[in-house]
Ligand binder design. Sequence first.
Ligand code: EPU
Length: 336
Amino acid sequence: MIRENISLLPYNTFGIDVKARYLATFGSLAELHELCGQVTASGLPYMVIGGGSNLLFTRDFDGWIIKPDMQGLRVLETDAGSCLMEADAAVVWDDFVACCVRQQLYGAENLSLIPGTTGASAVQNIGAYGVEAKDIIETVNCMEISTGKIFRFRNEELQYGYRTSRFKTEWQRRFVVTAVCYRLSRIPKLNLNYKGLCEAVEQQDNPDRLSAVRQAVIGIRRAKLPDPAETGNAGSFFMNPVIPKTHFERLQAQYPAIPHYLLSDGQVKIPAAWLIEQCGWKGKTLGKAGVHSKQPLVLINTGGASGTDIATLADRIINDVYNHFGIKLHPEVIFL
Ligand code: EPU
């Protein structure tokens, strides 16, 4: 279905009111195939969106917003050890996680309550509490927009990294993800390495350990992160920066309490939340844009903010963090 001159307010969790020239949804591969032809023939720019939970619209979009509307969830293969589930791109991510947990399938539970869709999980490599989507993705089905051809890529071909994939780099805007295949384990194995998660699981008083992890993660997220249904936001606005060890050592001499994680390549990851808090931004507002009071990595729309209001606040934070620490923060959110 193609609609013209549409407000994107219901389609982005930041709650930004901009318009798109066309909003096109597709409920089948045949419909998408036809749409690819129209989009290509028009010569206009296009953008694929899922739940709109990682986007910042800063102006009207004079082109095509393509939104999958295929909602199927299928078991492709199952054996004693694992289960291969295929989710169409528009399946709500957390519905998929809930379904896995109900069926005692392990692997997705730490990613409970992340907003967005399964299609986006494969583009963005969503992650939380020690797990990333790439850990369970087996293959990703796509259609190439310029040709309408169908492809199925294996995980290894997708160059997954921290909040990134080949779909965000070399293949940007080339494909529409149509379905994602995840391999879940039937053999109980939990990942409770994230600080505080193990304790939170014990507190659930739930004999079903898998469901207890889901509940614990939901509890932690609700305590720290604003609910996009109440306060416009896009989760973490910035990525956690990675800096060379020499730079880290200089900072540590000055700020002995600086939190950090050593990476296998010798570099050091610093929580952006800490850097932003040190610069005094936690809980602060600038016009209608704000910094969340419990997790400063999250920027919020305090009511009626424009994309530019949010972007202005983001720029101020980037400048302050750079001036204090010599570290350049990079947005995780995609600007449009
Ligand atoms: N911190 C502060 N002040 C705060 C909050 C946190 O200094 O007010 C520092 C603390 O040192 C804390 C550290 O930041 O230990 C890390 O905080 P947290 O565990 O909340 O995680 P994060 O690094 O800020 C990342 C992801 C989140 C994910 C959590 C949990 C990114 C960009 N963000 O945040 O993902 O839920 O870890 O795994 O990697 C998202 O991508 O949208 C998202 C919410």
